[in-house]
Design a binder for this molecule. Structure first.
Ligand SMILES: *Cc1c(COP(=O)(O)O)cnc(C)c1O
Length: 457
């Protein structure tokens, strides 16, 4: 197809927005391993999960068979405020790189929370409301998930209690204020408001917190307050299901122009945007209808796929959550203090973990200065200030496009641009001031965390 026959932005109409989420588990021969009760090591039942999570979300979590799950009309109406999101042809970046590759990105930063997380936040808030709950609790690291959930909760008139990793709470006061605009209460974690928080503070005075620790606090508050449940912004099967809206829209937009991607790239923290983006394409691959290369990109300082092990592990530091079988670095793992690029969770989605173990996905890790270089290169030609997380995908998209240039290959590359970086300017500042280093954990360090994995038969 000649240049410029494809517009810079491929928009879908509201009517073309997906009416169902796609559940990739239905097409997986090897299903993701079940969540286990941390005490008995038996698969979690719907009843046990229902003490922590909303009913309908538990059903989605456990459903390995239903291929399409209808998106309730209330959620579709909310989606229409900021969706369909554009699929952008990166003509300017292609030209700058001088590559014959065709590069597209699906931009999810077009809402106030600044990321794809709103796609699942609104679904989770909707089901909590439908169940007649008073509110939900959650953790947030960098703050995108907390912001997205605050927006969704205010829309459905639900209370929202956010435990924010202390270091982010202090470094990102503006994120906190956005959450408060939407009516959420925000507590720095670890805090003295929970048993688990007090225990962690006693053991590690002066700790600046971690995601795993904030999860433990949020879960404790949910199970000890009637009318509350806990919600999580990534990792879980239900979150990947909601995020499939990204991939379904991407596929519909590409199909409009008869475009078939060769490579699909996404950054991977807990795996939700990548899982959502690739789901419908992965379905085709699993059913033997098409072939694609899928690349997960993770930080070299938190390399769950590339250097982790596939094993049952705790989802949180306080060990109150179910055990999940996933690629993990160990639940005590915390990336080096210098790490500024997000994607700092120790584990990975059980669905993506199974697909990676089956050889259906590739993974690469990238150093953070290289990520910020790519972020700037992208910002300067495509205009958007990308989130550091998203910039991991940009890095590898550029690398693949440069390989195409070397080999004279006209491949079509699609990547997920998950969000914007306006709240990450301290990280950009570190990069500009040359204060960013590329700490990579040693094998010995990783082995020490791995030694603490729970023993599960
Ligand atoms: C949270 C976040 C991610 C990583 O989360 P996943 O669950 O791996 O998708 C990536 N990009 C942005 C902008 C985020 O906010």
């Amino acid at each position: 197809m000649a240049r410029n026959e494809v517009p810079y932005k491929i928009y879908l109409t509201e009517n073309e927005m997906p009416k169902d989420w796609y559940n990739v588990r239905a097409d997986m021969k090897n299903k993701p391993a079940p969540l286990l009760n941390p005490g008995t090591h038996q698969p979690m039942t719907a009843e046990e999960l229902g003490a922590v999570f909303c009913e309908d979300l538990v059903a989605q979590e456990l459903d390995n068979d239903t291929r399409f799950i209808p998106i309730p009309e209330e959620i579709r109406s909310f989606y229409k405020m900021y969706r369909p999101s554009p699929l952008v042809r990166a003509y300017c970046l292609e030209e700058k790189l001088g590559t014959p590759a065709k590069i597209y990105y699906k931009f999810e930063g077009n809402n106030t929370s600044g990321s794809h997380k709103l796609n699942s936040a609104v679904a989770q808030a909707y089901y909590a409301k439908k169940q007649g709950l008073k509110g939900v609790t959650t953790e947030t690291g960098a703050g995108q998930w907390g912001t997205a959930l605050s927006m969704a909760c205010s829309y459905f008139d639900l209370d929202c209690k956010v435990y924010m990793v202390k270091v982010s709470y202090e470094q990102k006061p503006f994120r906190r204020e956005v959450m408060r605009v939407y009516g959420a209460s925000v507590t720095p974690s670890p805090s003295d408001t929970t048993q688990v928080g007090r225990k962690i503070l006693a053991e590690h005075p002066g700790t600046t917190g971690s995601l795993g620790c904030a999860i433990s606090e949020a879960v404790e508050v949910a199970v000890s307050n009637p009318g509350y449940r806990y919600v999580l912004g990534s990792v879980l099967n239900q979150v990947l299901l909601h995020q499939s809206v990204i991939g379904l829209e991407t596929k519909a937009a590409l199909d409009k122009y008869g475009i078939k991607p060769d490579i699909i790239i996404g950054c991977a923290g807990g795996g939700s945007n990548l899982g959502g983006l690739i789901s419908p394409f992965m379905g085709e691959k699993l059913r033997g209808e098409a072939d694609y290369r899928f690349i997960a990109v993770e930080p070299a300082s938190c390399p769950s796929f590339t250097r982790g092990v596939y094993a049952y592990d705790f989802a949180d530091t306080g060990m109150v959550c179910p055990l999940a079988k996933m690629y993990t670095l160990g639940s005590d793992f915390i990336p080096s203090a210098n790490h500024a690029g997000g994607l700092r969770y120790h584990g990975m989605s059980p669905i993506l973990s199974q697909l990676y173990d089956d050889g259906m996905i590739e993974a690469v890790s990238v150093e953070q200065t290289k990520v910020f270089e790519a972020a700037e290169q992208f910002a300067r030609v495509e205009g958007i200030l990308p989130a550091p997380e998203s910039s991991h995908a940009i890095r590898v998209a550029i690398d693949e496009a440069l390989k195409c240039k070397e080999n004279g290959e006209e491949k079509t590359i699609v990547f997920g641009l998950t969000g914007t970086g306006y709240f990450d300017l301290v990280a950009y500042e570190k990069f500009h001031e040359g204060e960013m280093n590329d700490y990579i954990p040693t094998d010995e360090e990783l082995a020490a965390y791995r030694a603490k994995l729970p023993k599960v038969e």
